[in-house]
Design a protein around this ligand. Structure first.
Ligand code: ADP
Ligand code: MG
Length: 364
């Protein structure tokens, strides 16, 4: 296995930059997810790592060796695509063995051993004599993964491999893939546009927008501490609420407030406030105000019952907040409701630039 390092990598199609100044460290044996909206450059990044696309700027290292200009076959990587790309006229066995037979000097016996071992890991041993057409989508995807496994590459690259599967199967395959990665301690770089997939799969997630890395870190760290408004709203469903705050100058300092909620702005953030400052609150960080303790009052517009919990859409002055409550506390449409924001350390954003403010102390 091997680590992958990108240093200042850039790529243009024509004059249009699609990947800009990307530096990223993918640790050996880790599961790293590249996530972002469609067209943000994820596949291009993966294809540059694979050697299928030239790198215009910067350097690429795999296992400490520079590979920026090496052809794909010298990089010792395997790539798995959404489309599976299986040979329809070959059996599962041959689909898995074919690449090794063509490009390696391994003995027939060794190839056979690897195919059967990978098939066992993926629970497709009973399908080895079948053709792809007779397999389900999930089985085909397993074969495509098996074909990568037999090659024992240094790094595995996955480009939206589960997108063609239905929701239930996708969920199961995700868990299997994660287990496989942990069992074999392989290095995986996995591309998806699905933030839920990114959250559940990755040791680290790298979030992209318009060809630029926005933030990289363990999923929960990114979820709790998004670096900017793009990340804050892209990760998490339903989306974080962004509430426009007022500003109060007092002898103790500058405060933002929203309803009765107040927070003292730190000195570092003194420059902010020309454009409205937004308070970022996740739906599950809002609770019912009790015993007269509330930050805001609102009126319930709509309630979605999800089983274990409920999403209430609440009108508060000009804003509509989404609140996640336990099902036992689900309010009724039209009802007045008092709400409290749970976080002691608020997330604040500049509404114009989307930048995260440095810090503030909750005093509410
Ligand atoms: P993603 O995988 O995140 O959806 P891509 O990496 O496929 O994004 O594409 C990034 C941008 O580059 C898109 O705007 C896409 O249209 C453009 N693009 C991708 N491949 C090419 C190409 N070969 N020639 C020109 N433009 C391309
Ligand atoms: Mg893509």
């Amino acid at each position: 296995m091997a680590e992958v390092v990108l240093e200042g990598v850039g790529k243009c199609f024509g004059t249009r930059p699609v990947v800009q100044d990307l530096s990223l460290h993918v640790p050996d044996g880790s599961f790293t997810v590249l996530v972002g909206p469609s067209g943000c450059g994820k596949s291009t990044i993966l294809r540059m790592i694979a050697g299928l696309e030239d790198v215009d700027r910067g350097r690429l290292l795999i296992g400490g060796r520079e590979v920026t200009k090496l052809p794909p076959q010298k990089r010792e990587l395997a790539m798995v695509f959404q489309s599976y790309a299986l040979y329809p006229h070959m059996t599962v066995y041959r689909n898995m063995a074919f690449g090794l037979q063509k490009t390696s000097t391994l003995s027939k016996g060794e190839i056979d051993r690897r195919v059967r071992q990978a098939a066992g890991k993926l629970s497709i041993d009973h399908l080895l004599d079948k053709k792809p057409a007779s397999l389900s989508g999930g089985e085909r995807q397993r074969v495509a993964i098996g074909r990568a496994l037999v090659r024992k590459p240094k790094v595995y690259l996955f480009d939206e491999p589960l997108s063609n599967l239905d929701a239930k199967l996708r969920h199961r395959m995700r868990a299997e893939l994660r287990k496989l990665q942990e069992d074999l301690q392989i290095t995986v770089i996995y591309v998806t546009h699905d933030q839920v997939e990114a959250m559940t799969l990755g040791d680290q997630v790298a979030i992209f927008n318009q060809g630029r890395l926005q933030q990289v870190g363990p999923p929960m760290q990114v979820y709790d501490n998004p670096a900017n408004m793009f990340v804050a709203s892209f990760i998490g469903s339903p989306e974080m609420n962004f509430l426009p705050c007022g500003i109060r100058n007092r002898s103790e300092g500058r405060f933002i407030h929203y309803g009765a909620y107040e927070a003292l702005l730190s000195d570092q953030d003194a420059g902010y406030g020309h454009a409205p400052i937004l308070l970022g609150v996740r739906p599950e960080e809002i609770s019912l105000g009790q015993g007269g303790q509330a930050d805001v009052q609102g009126v319930v517009q709509r309630v979605e019952l999800l089983g274990a919990d409920a999403l209430a859409h609440v009108q508060v002055a000009q804003d509509e907040l989404v609140v996640r409550l336990p099902i036992t506390q689900a309010p009724r449409t039209g009802q007045g409701i008092a709400l409290r924001f749970g976080r002691s350390r608020p997330r604040l954003f500049d509404s114009e630039t989307g930048h995260r403010l440095q810090g503030a102390a909750g005093v509410s």
